[in-house]
Each structure stands twice: as C-alpha cells, then as structure tokens.
Design a protein around this ligand. Sequence first.
Ligand code: LLP
Length: 439
Amino acid sequence: MYLHGSSRINPNGHLEIGGIDSIDLTAEYGTPLYVYDIGLIRERASSFKSAFDKAKVKAKVAYASKAFSSIAMIQLMQEEGLYLDIVSAGELFTALAAGFPAERIHFHGNNKSQDEIKLALEHGVGCIVIDNFHEIELLDLICRDLGIKTKILLRVTPGVNAYTHKYMTTGQIDSKFGFDLLNGQADEAIQLVTESASFEMSGFHYHLGSQIVDITRFVLAVDEIFKYIKKWKDHYSYVPQVLNLGGGFGIRYTDQDNPLTPEIYVEKIIEKVKEKVSELMIDIPEIWIEPGRSLVGEAGTTLYTVGSQKVVPSIRTYLAVDGGMSDNLRPSLYQAKHEAALANKMTETPDRIVTVAGKCCESGDTLIWDVPLPDPQAGDLLAVFCTGAYGYSMANNYNRLPRPAVVFVEDGEAQLVVKRETYEHILQLDLPYNTKASK
Ligand code: LLP
C-alpha cells in the first residue's frame, strides 16, 4: 500500500488525509465519501507548469474537467492558473457557474450539438477543437450567423497505439475521434478551415488515450505529427502556432504502475518537439496539454463503511461496502485496479486476502478482487486509494443509490464541496404516471 500526497498514518493508527483523521471526516460527512487532498492537486498543477517554464516553452496547461467536474474543483484549477478542457455544455455550464473565464476554456467533443456550439460561442469560449467534417460545416454556419470569427484547433488522429486499456485509447486509426492523418482526411480539413473566413486556425490537437505510462508513445506521436507539419508547411505554407498534445499521463494506482513524474513527461515530449522544430527551421509552437487523471487521480480517496461478509470456503471472502460501481465504475468497466486499507486499523498487519464487493445488484460490482486487510469487521472504514479521476464523474444512481458527498481537505481543514445526494434528489425528476383509473 502506497500513501500519496499528505496521506499518512497518525498516532491513533488511523489514516489521515490533509491533516485530518479519516474517522473524523466520516463521522461528520458519512460514507461513502470522496476525499480530495487539495495540496497534492496544487503540487501536480505546479509541476506541469514549472516543467514548461524550465524548458522555456510557451505553454498552456488545461485541466480536463471530465476527470472530475464540479464548481469547487474548477475554482481550484482557476486558482492554480490552469486552463480548462470541456466536452459538453454541461461541463461548460459548470465552468461558467464556477466563474471560470470563458476565454480560458477549450471545447472538445466528437458530436457537439448546434446548441452546445452556440452556447460556447456566445460566452466567448477561447478555442473550439474541431473533430470532424460535420462540425466544420456546423461551426462555419453558426459563426457566420453570429458574425464572428473563432479560434480553432483541428483534432487529428496520429495512428499511434497508446498501449493502454482498449476503451482508453483514442489516437489509433480505428478511433471515433478526429481527422485521420494517414488517409488524407486531415489534409482536406486543413484546406477547408484555412479557406473559411469563420476560423482562425491556430493549430492541431491530438490525444492518444488515457493512463499511458510508456513515454515512447508520447514521443512517437510528436514524430508522427511533425511529418505532417512538414508536409503542410511545404504544400500549404501553413505552420501551426499551437500544438495541443492532449492528456493521458499515467498515474500510480498500484505497485504494478510505474508512471513518470509530470516534469519528466513534459521534459521528454518537449525534447522531441524542440528537435523537430529545429529540423524544420520553424518557431516552436505554443504547447498545450490537458491532463485530467494526473492532476486529480492520486489526490482522491474513497472512504466506505464495511458491512457484510460472505466466506466461500477455499475460494474467497467477499467483503461488502456501502458503495461500489455506483461511485467507482472503473473496476467493472476497465478491470481497473486499486489499493486499499482499513483506515481505522492502519497499524495492524494485513493477515488475509479479501475481495471488496459493492452493494449493487450485479456480480460485476467488485471494487478490488484481492486485497490484503487486517481482520475486517462490520463498521470498519475501508479507504480505496486513487479514486480522484473518473470516480465521481462517472458515478451513477444504479439501484437508486444516492451519490456520495465530496470533501476537500488541506492543512487540517475540511470543506464540503459536493453534498451527498438524498432520496429526494433521486426522485426529483420523476413524475407520476396518470393511470387509466385516475384520468
Ligand atoms: N484530452 C482529451 C481530448 C481527452 O479525451 C481526455 C480523456 C483527456 C484530455 C484527459 O485524459 P487524462 O489525462 O485524464 O488521462 N473514463 C476513463 C478515461 C476516459 C478518458 C477520456 N478522455 C477512465 O476512467 O479511465
């Protein structure tokens, strides 16, 4: 078990995060509870930014808000001087409600609706990342209608396998995202957008996938895009001012993962970019990145109360907690792995291996298949680590379970930033059926 950021074992033998005993946190806010170690998020944000400063490269670091979008999280990212990546009007609406400056927002998505695009343009979103031909037409029409010109990037698919879970790869040829580099779609798109008066074509975007720990993938993608940058320079005299290299930087979920630090990810990528621009004798474009997981993933811990146990003799013991796939879909969806500990028994030696199951009515609702724990009992507090990215954001109400609360902790202070859902919230959109008898 590895403790990230400010997490430590306190003198009571309890897990402490951000200077607060996890037992006190759950006494106040209940379980399941997402706890974010805000200091660790700040540390990651500043590591990404300072890596670019050190390399003396003009850059924008945008938080991919899909990893966890909430008013407070977005305000934190603003405080840390980041930009923001959104993929829907819902994420835009949240960012605007947080008071995030629209001009610092980049709008992604492979099927943005007319209403979403209009909303983004009306609020002055800084850049639209165009994904496909349909969007070129749609955006062109809307810009003409509104009488405006908008900054855009073209999303391209570099044809690089990210060597991560199949559902988390996006940069390969067989992907629903972006214009293909190899088959000429990207060339056609460039011609269209550079001819249109509606667009200021700032450059290119790609995103290889998520939870990538192999740096060679990021470096290879730079090589690939620069083959085309050379071609576009030669054929269309077009040189990008911006190169957005996406997110996807892997983190340490378990001791099987060996991620690099934000500094090293950036350093290696920039090294390659610098090599390529000097070969082409062009100015280095402004480099944008959009990490989600690597900013918030390791900072999140979910605290659960242990309930029932079922021993299947000679096979396994299932230990059930008061949440599950409703608050962390990743193990069911991607076979994702997490480490865990009993937060109230941190100094006791784990003496058995158990399987942590959720309370949803589904056999696939297993949070961790095999985890060593010290004699778990009903009422113990289970901490599952590294749940800060795509935990709450993919949480759901399966079995009508209310979604947990979220607290930020830092320097001994806790702040509730998302309230726990109540049963009333669960019913709030329901309307009664007018039965035949009542008509
Ligand atoms: N930029 C773009 C265009 C993206 O599509 C994504 C993630 C990111 C940035 C941020 O990637 P990150 O740094 O967080 O890896 N639900 C999955 C992850 C899906 C990621 C989707 N796109 C999971 O739980 O692993």
